[in-house]
Write a protein of this length. Structure first.
Length: 154
């Protein structure tokens, strides 16, 4: 996207110097968004599988499975919506060739696509904390373990 799509430059600069880069950028936006949805979901599900290995309490396991389902559902929804973002899909990069075409509101799409990601991020950070607090460790060691788990927030 940087070499062919003009990412890293202002849109006005691309329009003046290489207008074809905008078309390439818009075409690459589709697979990029889908790849991003899969990458985020796989990373979070991997963390949640680790939680399943660590926590054996049924309540923690149900919560972990619920978060997994939310994450996979969010990935599937993002993929489906991204594939149907415009009708016809080529309207996204060549609207002048499709006078009857239309697209969804992308600002709303990104806002509501990211909302479940924020919820699952916070839940993944909070989920292990009660179990970590029940560990039979010194206060210093508990703080160290909690700090280690919380590094995922940064």
């Amino acid at each position: 996207m940087v070499r062919k799509g003009g990412v890293g430059h202002h849109t006005l600069w691309n329009v003046c110097t290489n207008p074809a880069a905008l078309v390439v950028y818009l075409k690459l936006q589709l697979p990029f968004t889908i790849t991003q949805a899969f990458a985020i979901a796989f990373a979070k599900v991997a963390i949640l599988f680790m939680f399943l290995r660590i926590f054996v309490t049924p309540a923690y396991r149900y919560a972990t499975y619920t978060l997994m389902a939310m994450q996979v559902g969010s990935m599937i929804a993002t993929t489906v919506v991204q594939c149907l973002v415009c009708t016809p899909i080529s309207f996204l990069w060549e609207p002048q060739l499709h006078p009857g075409g239309h697209c969804i509101d992308m600002n709303t799409f990104w806002r509501w696509t990211n909302f479940p990601q924020i919820l699952t991020d916070v839940a993944i950070l909070i989920l292990p904390l009660p179990a970590l607090m029940k560990l039979h460790l010194s206060k210093k060691d508990k703080i160290g373990v909690v700090a280690t788990f919380c590094t995922g927030a940064m």
